[in-house]
Design a protein around this ligand. Structure first.
Ligand code: FAD
Length: 294
């Protein structure tokens, strides 16, 4: 189908985008890589009167490290994230996540900011950003606010982002010594989206006890979530196979799991438990082999 008519804008700066968002109001939508918005417009599930193309704003694509954090511009593509040396060194689980999104064409155009703002319940990044304790930097014409990933995903395709705000950047703390993370998913064989995806991040002390763990789950419920029951059952303990397997049983607790033609709710819950156990084991093994990060 052909999208409804719209007015196209291509501002050169972030400030100009924010001015447009303010003056045009909710009839305007930001265009990132177009990999989710354009299909929705072609299906007439979205018919914005104005499209604000942010693809030419180089500042929004920057990936950089400061003292103790990694900063990823919202317009960094999945391909840039998959191949960035600084991300592969400081947040390898994020590069791992980007590498399993869609196909090469989608990864070449699609952006992390677009994926997070779109908040598809089967998107990959949300699980990993929850596990890595990421923060999202949102800006409107007058202020900037920092929203933890755990507060950003609010429900089915619903986020903390207001229609006059732009997602500018994703910020992730640099890893501590003896920490590791992993992302695993069962892909939908047709689209590649996650039927279920689980990211785990773990830090160990000198004795090998787990001192911090976070588990993010996507694809199961209407929005990605932290599996806090799992985390509580692991933290403070030696993460043996038995402990991790027992803890993983809580991966889908309290979640109203989706059921559709792709998978039943029971199967998604099963995948959540299995992938949680495997992701925890991988995160632990990586933590054990990672002594120091620069
Ligand atoms: P767009 O489509 O341009 O925008 C999406 C939404 O985000 C729009 O509402 C737009 O207004 C808003 N937006 C964009 N950027 C910003 C910003 N900076 N601030 C505020 N709002 C913004 N995803 C997965 O996670 N896993 C997969 O396996 C997967 N497979 C795919 C397979 C196919 C064939 C396709 C077409 C897509 C697939 N996707 C998958 C989705 C893909 O990751 C998209 O790139 C992503 O969802 C949207 O990013 P985008 O830059 O293309 O955003």
């Amino acid at each position: 189908m052909i999208p409804a008519a719209f007015t196209y804008h291509r501002p050169k700066t972030t400030a100009a985008v924010l001015r447009l968002l303010q003056t045009l109001g909710p009839d305007a939508r930001v265009l990132g890589g177009g990999q989710s918005l354009l299909p929705m417009m072609k299906l007439r599930l979205a018919s914005p009167a104005h499209l604000i193309d942010i693809s030419r704003i180089a500042a929004l694509r920057r990936i950089r490290k400061t003292q103790d954090r990694l900063h990823i511009g919202a317009m960094a593509t999945h391909w840039m994230i998959e191949t960035s040396p600084v991300i592969r060194r400081l947040a390898p689980a994020l590069a791992e996540t980007a590498s399993v999104i869609g196909d090469l064409q989608v990864r070449n155009l699609g952006t992390i900011g677009g994926s997070l703002a779109h908040a598809d319940p089967a998107a990959d990044y949300p699980a990993t950003l929850l596990a890595l304790d990421a923060e999202l930097i949102l800006q409107d014409g007058s202020a900037t606010r920092v929203v933890p990933a755990a507060e950003f995903f609010q429900g089915l395709m619903t986020t903390a982002l207001r229609s006059d705000e732009l997602l500018i950047e994703i910020s992730i703390p640099a890893p501590v010594a003896r920490s590791g993370a992993a992302y695993l998913k069962m892909p939908n064989p047709a689209s590649g989206f996650a039927l279920t995806g689980v990211a785990a991040a773990m830090a160990l002390d000198g004795e090998g006890q787990c001192i911090a763990v976070r588990v993010g789950v996507t694809g199961v419920g209407p929005a990605a979530y932290r599996a806090q029951g799992v985390e509580l059952a692991v933290v403070g303990r030696e993460p043996s196979e038995a402990v991790l397997a027992a803890a993983s049983a809580a991966a889908g607790d309290g979640v109203d799991a989706n059921s559709d033609l792709h998978a039943s709710a029971a199967y998604r819950q099963h995948l959540a438990r299995v992938l949680t156990r495997r992701a925890l084991v991988l995160a632990r093994d990586r933590a054990q082999s990672r002594r120091r990060v620069r």
